[in-house]
Design a protein around this ligand. Structure first.
Ligand SMILES: [Cu+2]
Length: 127
């Protein structure tokens, strides 16, 4: 019985490992933006999913742009990347972010909804 419960516990762990390796929820007064990636974020290309909800409903038809940048550092210029995200399913947008080096990257997500005010949410990640 102990073996069985151990196996069951392992099975649970395996099914949970399907969860995103990276996930952050950014709350603003206008929306909640969940940013996630199935794989841990790395230097190079990363497939990132943005789930946008407004009043607990998926926000569909938005125009979404993600800007990642790193301030200038000693001996290194300011670095910036801007990508549009495309909608996969209602409220779920996907894009590729390229981090050209390790360190702290600022992330600004610009959303232009079909209706209503344009807004921006911010976060940062350590690569
Ligand atoms: Cu740098």
């Amino acid at each position: 019985m102990r073996l069985l419960s151990t196996l069951l516990a392992l099975g649970l762990t395996f099914s949970l490992s399907n969860a995103a390796a990276f996930e952050q929820e950014i709350r603003s007064t206008l929306a909640i933006v969940k940013i996630s990636s199935k794989k841990p974020l790395v230097v190079g290309n990363n497939v990132v999913v943005l789930e946008i909800s407004k009043d607990a409903k998926p926000s569909s038809g938005d125009e979404v742009t993600i800007k990642t940048f790193m301030p200038a550092m000693p001996g290194m210029p300011y670095m910036e990347n801007k990508e549009a995200a495309k909608e996969l399913s209602p409220g779920k947008y996907e894009t590729i972010i390229n981090f050209s080096m390790s360190g702290t990257w600022q992330i600004h997500i610009y959303v232009t909804p079909k209706e209503g005010k344009k807004y921006r949410v911010k976060t940062s990640v350590n690569i």
